[in-house]
Ligand binder design. Structure first.
Ligand SMILES: Cc1cc2nc3c(=O)[nH]c(=O)nc-3n(C[C@H](O)[C@H](O)[C@H](O)COP(=O)(O)OP(=O)(O)OC[C@H]3O[C@@H](n4cnc5c(N)ncnc54)[C@H](O)[C@@H]3O)c2cc1C
Length: 472
């Protein structure tokens, strides 16, 4: 360990206590991501208990020129929340900052520390007869600070927007250790630049989120969940168009799942069964919700029956109870987990115009055919907002060779369709270089300028999102 790191560790230990500065085997869980795709080496891990301790640690990092990697639940998918391989970066874990600070149903907001697990925020909202609508597969592990730093999306974006749309106020520790308190629960505040938005989606490179005030929505008291089979992705997109016209904002989720994905889930996830007796090429999972306790199901069934008469889908099932609803969602959320039993999963997260989804799938099918049995395409995701996880399953022993080629081909097709190579997962280190040629040069210059303005010494998650030379 170099002299700067030694001094930082000594002072950090005095500030937050020896028990909360960990290294060796205790640091191991902080050095590898959720799917064990990326691995780094931390000098050590600091685990502050509150905003003042975070501020103190950042001041020390600035003094000793030590790089800090903020980390929440460590479920990020783009290699942004674990240290690099040098052993010189310090992980700053927010996990101890897990208190719900205020819940105000009348004002429709709650305020939480950055380390609160997303599922606990949802529960706190529910206890106050409200809904916190952000929902994603990792909600039992990911933390609000990480959701904000990645501008997370998930299955309810169609109706409620991304994390950016759910944040009313933010508290952020800046790179000089000062605390920027923007925690007001106001819906309207046009007093100049909306600074909180700078930090949402900045992946820990511009400041460390320590607390947030979040917007609540009306409770979803009645939910109706359909599992419908369609012949093609075109039919799924058409079904979305019709459903949107009839149900409007009652649709919270509209997800696409392939036959390959459903069969993988039924084979490899314990207790999972197909919602429809026979296999079909494609499936959509539609979830509707409203605040009344009854009446939605009857109306929805009438609409769905009419769509069936019009041949807009081939077969379908409705979730008769919560267990059936959870089974449908298990298939959808378990796509990566199930296919990881078959081979190495090359995970992606891209977005195109909704109308272009079938074309993207068709082009990916076409180039994947050249790989023969070495690659299977697994498209699934949030077609209601144009976001597909276009994954590929390849033999483990060939992953290193095939993954970069598949990414490159996928990204070219996404470019051709004028989409984005990162819909909701962010950039991290994984896509840092790939975005450079895809964004306007002026945007890249402005991003680098923002980084050097807000973090002049380059101590906050260097190398993530945008490469800026450090002062050394
Ligand atoms: C099974 C699974 C399903 C997923 N599904 C979805 C999905 O549907 N939609 C979606 O958008 N994402 C999804 N994700 C990825 C998603 O990015 C994360 O789940 C989540 O938003 C990250 O939160 P985290 O606390 O785990 O962050 P981490 O992984 O700890 O960190 C992610 C990034 O945020 C930074 N960061 C973390 N905390 C802070 C903080 N307090 N201040 C500043 N920077 C910070 C880190 O440095 C890193 O760059 C999924 C991941 C998994 C494993």
């Amino acid at each position: 360990m170099n002299a700067h790191l030694d001094s930082f560790r000594t002072d950090a230990t005095a500030l937050i206590g020896e028990a909360y500065v960990v290294s060796g085997a205790d640091a191991a869980p902080f050095e590898v991501d959720f799917w064990k795709q990326y691995e780094g080496k931390a000098a050590f891990v600091v685990r502050p208990a509150n905003t003042l301790e975070v501020a103190g640690l950042v001041r020390l990092a600035a003094q000793y020129r030590v790089s800090l990697v903020p980390q929440g639940g460590n479920t990020g998918l783009v290699n942004g929340g674990i240290p690099d391989g040098t052993g010189n970066e310090v992980v700053l874990s927010l996990q101890r900052m897990n208190h719900i600070l205020a819940v105000d149903p009348a004002g429709d907001y709650l305020t939480v520390e950055a380390g609160v697990i997303l599922a606990d925020v949802q529960k706190a909202a529910e206890a106050a007869d409200r809904l916190f609508p952000l929902s994603l597969g990792a909600e039992g592990s990911c933390r609000i600070g990480g959701n904000i730093a990645t501008n997370a999306g998930g299955v309810n974006v169609l109706r409620y927007g991304m994390m950016r749309d759910l944040v009313l106020g933010l508290e952020v520790v800046l790179s000089d250790g000062s605390i920027l308190n923007l925690l007001k629960p106001l819906r309207k505040d046009n007093t100049g630049y909306d600074l909180k938005q700078l930090f949402i989606g900045s992946e820990g490179t511009l400041g460390i989120v320590t607390a947030a005030t979040l917007r609540l929505a009306a409770p979803a008291r009645e939910r109706v969940t359909f599992w419908l089979a369609v012949a093609t992705p075109e039919a799924a997109v058409e079904l979305f168009r019709h459903s949107r016209g009839v149900f409007g904002d009652l649709i919270s989720s509209f997800e696409l799942i392939s036959s390959y994905g459903v069969e993988a889930a039924c084979t490899h996830l314990p207790g999972v069964r197909r919602p429809l007796a026979q296999p079909y090429p494609w499936h959509v999972l539609i979830e509707l919700a409203w605040t009344f306790t009854t009446g939605l199901r009857e109306r929805a069934e009438q609409v769905i029956a009419k769509l069936f008469e019009e041949d807009r889908f081939i077969d379908g099932a409705i979730a008769e109870n919560e267990a059936q609803r959870l089974m449908m969602w298990r298939i959808r959320e378990g796509q990566s987990e199930a296919t990881s039993k078959i081979g190495y999963v090359v995970r992606s997260d891209v977005t195109v115009a909704i109308a272009d989804i079938p074309e993207l799938i068709q082009r990916c099918d076409a180039f994947t055919a050249d790989y023969g049995s070495d690659a299977a395409v697994l498209p699934f995701g949030h077609i209601g907002d144009g976001n597909l996880h276009m994954n590929f399953v390849v033999p483990r022993e060939k992953a290193k060779e095939l993954a970069p080629r598949l990414f490159e081909q996928l990204f070219v097709e996404v470019d051709n369709l004028k989409g984005s190579i990162s819909a909701e997962h962010g950039v991290g280190r994984a896509k840092r270089d790939a975005i450079v040629s895809r964004k306007p040069p002026e945007a890249m210059v402005l991003m680098a300028r923002l980084k050097t303005t807000l973090d002049p010494d380059g101590i906050l998650n260097p190398g993530v999102v945008v490469a800026v030379p450090t002062k050394g």
